[in-house]
Design a protein around this ligand. Structure first.
Ligand code: S3P
Length: 428
């Protein structure tokens, strides 16, 4: 994929549906009674992996024009799959589905691509084990492939060492099959889509500070789920609009859940002009975002804000490289265990472009304002790395090429088309 410098980017865009919410709508729809209709579902490869896993467990999932219909069979309606469940590249599928599988009356195996087979699963094996689940890492390395033998589960209170919505959700989902109230406390609040959507489907989840608790045995009822635009996908066009002089971009119907909106706060602290229009609060809060090019300066990003922008940090690292002054990112060790080691990969690639950046154990230090030039970028098959550098390519001097740039299909299949529609120059 080759990207060239752009004079400005202007226009209006509806970004694809939120990845986290799309996964959950399929999963909870499968466990509900009746037909769940999902509008603005994300057709990315990760969410298609979730659909394929539930189809293998006997759930009918159909398209109705742009919508997805999930014919749920209730909390105990899944069937033993005849094949291995393939989660592809998707950490969310792996960790959330494991919580559900732990409480079934069958055993199954799941695995995924090379990246997923290196990602840490002990973080879910530990609490599920405490609940009495029988879950084995088949290579003994704490990663997929996993074998999960469903069991009668005990309720627990789990203090998670990591602020991870995937761990929290895994335990809460297993808690639906447990013998009492299950709760999870995390060090910092992570995204709360599971809590919101499970309650919408009829479960009883309560939240107090960083603790979420669930009552067992809920009767989930099918619902209509309108998936908001994904703020993690909007992030690329927020950055592109801010950094490209003379730009004005309107991003329609973007999810602005406060557990996800750290990108907006950081952009503002860097001097960005972002206006929220048409704000709505109907379950998940949404707004249209009006982005105008802005002079950006460095900032410090650390502590409680980190989980609310963890997926946006690759894009923020690029923004910080173009901004004036120093940006420090701390407390973001989780970046090392995402689809790639995003600290190493961002630092290596930004250095190739001439950036003054160093990686630390849990973040990056970026001295911005060096003129950046085009380079050969290695995406490491990480969708968020590829999209962050596509934005860098619209701003830097000289063409930028991205190896395996098509990996954007994990979360944003139409990404290059949308960049082109706003005025970007993209060649495949
Ligand atoms: C997600 C949670 C986050 C995020 C991922 C999606 C989710 O991961 O990075 O892209 O849908 O729950 P962690 O829970 O590992 O922090």
């Amino acid at each position: 994929m080759e990207i060239k410098k752009q004079k400005n980017l202007c226009g209006e865009l509806t970004v694809p549906g939120d990845k986290s919410i799309s996964h959950r709508a399929v999963m909870f729809g499968a466990l509900a009674k009746g037909t769940t209709r999902i509008t603005h579902f994300l057709e990315g490869a990760d969410c298609l992996s979730t659909i394929s896993c539930f189809r293998k467990m006997g759930i009918d999932i159909l398209r109705d024009q742009d919508d997805v219909l999930v014919s749920g069979k209730g909390l105990h309606g899944l069937q033993a799959p005849r094949e291995i469940l393939d989660v592809g590249n998707s950490g969310t599928t792996t960790r959330l589905i494991s919580g559900i599988l732990a409480g079934q009356n069958f055993s199954c195996e799941l695995t995924g691509d090379a990246s997923i087979q290196t990602r840490p699963m002990k973080r879910i094996m530990t609490p599920l084990g405490m609940m009495g689940a029988d879950i084995t890492s088949l290579k003994g390395n704490g990663c997929a492939p996993l074998r999960i033998q469903g069991k009668n589960l005990k309720a627990i209170h789990y203090s998670s060492p990591v602020a991870s919505a995937q761990v929290k959700s895994c335990v809460l989902l297993a808690g639906m099959y447990a013998d009492g109230i299950t709760s999870v406390t995390e060090p910092v609040l992570s995204r709360n889509h599971t809590e919101l959507m499970l309650n919408y489907f009829g479960a009883n989840v309560t939240s107090a500070g960083t603790t979420a608790s669930i009552l067992p045995g809920p009767v989930l009822e099918a619902r209509e789920v309108a998936v908001p635009g994904d703020i993690s996908s909007a992030a690329y066009f927020i950055a592109a609009g801010l950094l490209t002089p003379g730009s004005e971009i309107l991003l329609k119907n973007v999810g602005i859940n406060p557990t996800r909106d750290g990108m907006l706060k950081v952009c503002r602290s860097m001097g960005a002009q972002i206006t929220l229009l048409n704000e709505k609060q109907d379950g998940e809060p949404t707004a249209d975002l009006l982005i105008r090019s802005s002079e950006l300066h460095g900032t410090t990003i650390e502590g409680e804000i980190i989980p609310s922008l963890i997926d946006e940090l690759p894009m923020i690292a690029v923004m910080a490289s173009f901004a004036q002054g120093t940006t420090v990112i701390r407390d973001a060790r989780e970046l090392r265990v995402k689809e790639s080691d995003r600290i190493t990969v961002m630092v290596d690639n930004l250095k190739r472009m001439g950036a003054d950046i160093e990686g630390t154990e849990d973040g990056m230090i970026i001295r911005g304002g060096n003129p950046l030039h085009g380079a050969q970028i290695d995406s490491h098959m990480d969708h968020r790395v590829a999209m962050s550098f596509a934005v860098a390519g619209t701003i830097c001097d000289g063409p930028l090429t991205i190896q395996n740039g098509e990996c954007v299909n994990i979360s944003y299949p139409a990404f290059y088309d949308d960049l082109y529609r706003l005025g970007g120059t993209v060649k495949s």
